[in-house]
Design a protein around this ligand. Structure first.
Ligand SMILES: Nc1ncnc2c1ncn2[C@@H]1O[C@H](COP(=O)(O)OP(=O)(O)O)[C@@H](O)[C@H]1O
Ligand SMILES: [Mg+2]
Length: 272
């Protein structure tokens, strides 16, 4: 599912994207994004910041193919999203991106395992149960697979949400304020998992946050204001721990060894 073509080609290529919401039968127009251009490469960890209403969620919805630009172009893995049929868009959305939201939207009557299996109900996904178990193990919940959401802490529920986002091995993980509802210790736990997924499994991570300590985990911070990019900074980040020379190079694809029993987390194919 990962980009197999030119390694210099960005996973996400956004050019002059504008998003206008029409309201009141077109009498009111809200310019939620206004000429945004961003490239994001395989393996990057990007934080998107900005005040409420600055366009962060709109940008994430476009990146995740939940919505399309009003103007401008968007390529994911080199493929032009504007040109895609709705079926193709749904397919891309399902295979290339995993979403983590502020509220995890788990189904309360289902176990953690069944919640994680849910995205694989459509399409041909062999070994669904094994994949779901491995995804839960990857986020440290291998011993909670039969718990229902109410039987889990807030941080554990969010970890189930991350496992659900990962189960189809997306190349990009999109998280919109993933720790917005969590206390400090649960926030740290979720951020550690997301960092591990980026560093050790090479998943491209894009996280929307208004919290500095969340953004501090990223190696790049993009700030929006009134639908425009007002800054785009590569962080000089000791917190990240990586060698700066490694930037842009493919990450090692090794499992999160201290979290998984199995050396290959996803049915022998590895993550990503
Ligand atoms: N579906 C929508 N219809 C109309 N206006 C919207 C819609 N979604 C967002 N907006 C407006 O677009 C702007 C950007 O919103 P959003 O992307 O949700 O900002 P953020 O996530 O940064 O808080 C805001 O002014 C918001 O009110
Ligand atoms: Mg938002």
């Amino acid at each position: 599912m990962r980009s197999t073509s030119n390694p210099d080609q960005p996973v996400i290529r956004i050019r002059d994207v504008t998003k206008i919401y029409e309201m009141g039968a077109g009498t009111i127009q809200v310019r939620a994004l206004d000429g945004v251009s961003i490239d994001i490469h395989d393996g990057e960890y990007v934080a998107i910041m900005g005040a409420s209403g600055s366009g962060k969620s709109t940008l994430m919805n476009i990146i995740g193919c939940l919505d399309v630009p009003s103007e401008g172009t968007y390529h994911i893995d080199g493929q032009a999203v504007e040109a895609m049929s709705n079926d193709r868009l749904a397919d891309i959305r399902s295979r290339k991106v995993g979403f983590v939201f502020q509220t995890h939207n788990l189904l309360p009557r289902l176990t953690a395992l069944a919640n994680v299996e849910l995205p694989m109900m459509y399409g041909h996904w062999p070994n669904r149960r094994d994949r779901a178990e491995n995804a839960l193990t990857l986020v440290g919940l291998g011993d909670r697979t039969h718990h229902r959401p109410t039987e889990l802490s807030g941080g554990q529920q969010q970890r189930v949400g991350i496992a659900r986002a990962l189960v189809k091995e997306p190349s990009v993980l999109l998280a919109d304020e993933p720790t917005g509802n969590l206390d400090t210790s649960n926030t740290a736990e979720i951020l550690n998992i997301i960092s591990d997924l980026n560093h050790e499994n090479g998943i491209t991570v894009i996280v929307v946050t208004h919290e500095r300590d969340v953004a501090a985990r990223a190696d790049r911070v993009i700030t929006l204001s009134d639908g425009q990019v007002i800054s785009d900074e590569i962080r000089d980040s000791p917190a990240r721990g990586g060698n700066p020379k490694d930037k842009g190079r493919p990450h090692r694809r090794i499992p999160i060894s201290h979290r998984t029993a199995s050396p290959l987390p996803f049915g022998g194919r590895g993550l990503g």
